[in-house]
Ligand binder design. Structure first.
Ligand code: GAR
Length: 228
């Protein structure tokens, strides 16, 4: 819990596997002079990502939602666990709980999430199945600031992947996950370098970055036909 005023401090919240958290840790470690992952916190004691973080020497905590009678009580306990680290940013990385307005307000401008779709398409759950059912040809992920409107906060960056013939929800999820890791790592790098600005009503601005859209073209048709 050593707090250096010179480094951006991140707390990461997970519920399971934690592959995005690993990508975040790698991105932060590549900038260890300016950034630190102080803690990984989960609402699930058995989350695989917790064990990985522990082995990396990162402090971990479980705040189980099952031990609290209400969402408010859980979110308050979660905030207490987070605030011990006085983080600059709280990163949701596969954290599968809906957060209360009070929690989101407390971390306004400091709380980010990765969502497995190109928002505003497919907020909520089962994004890959819904993308396949709708026949979209491009799918992907969004890293965004969290607001009280579920999966609707200001977008920081997006990553797109093609939907391929024969895709299942699982194959599509794996392709999206790959791009999630890339996009979240990029965003964490910008946060670590203090380049991300969230205005009151304007879109997010990232200093020195012209494009915040990424694409993974593996398997896609490489050529776009343009009518003469
Ligand atoms: C990721 O695909 C993430 O986008 C998704 O859960 C997965 C977690 O994987 N998050 C949500 O659906 C949030 N609504 P991970 O634990 O391996 O990072």
């Amino acid at each position: 819990m050593s707090a250096s005023p010179f480094r951006r401090r991140f707390v990461v919240l997970i519920s399971g596997r934690g592959s995005n958290m690993r990508a975040i840790v790698a991105a932060v470690r590549a900038r260890s002079a300016v950034a630190d992952v102080c803690a990984v916190i989960s609402n699930e004691a058995g989350a695989a990502g917790l064990e990985w973080a522990r082995c990396q020497g990162i402090e971990t905590h479980t705040v189980s939602h099952r031990e609290y009678a209400s969402r408010d009580a859980f979110d308050q306990a979660l905030a207490r666990a987070i605030d011990r680290y006085d983080p600059h940013y709280v990163l949701l990385a596969g954290f599968m709980r809906i957060l209360t307005e009070a929690f989101v307000t407390h971390y306004r401008g400091r709380l980010l999430n990765v969502h497995p779709s190109l928002l505003p398409a497919f907020p909520g759950l089962h994004t890959h199945q819904r993308a396949l059912a709708d026949g979209v040809q491009w799918h992907g992920c969004t890293v965004h600031f969290v607001t009280s409107a579920l999966d609707q906060g200001p977008i920081v960056a997006q990553g797109a992947v093609p939907v391929l013939a024969g895709d299942t929800a699982d194959t599509l999820a794996a392709r999206v996950l790959h791009v999630e890791h890339f996009v979240y790592a990029q965003v964490v790098g910008w946060l670590a370098e203090d380049r991300v600005f969230l205005g009151e009503r304007s879109p997010v601005r990232v200093e020195g970055v012209a494009t915040r859209s990424f694409v993974s073209l593996e398997g896609a048709a490489r050529q776009i036909d343009v009518a003469p």
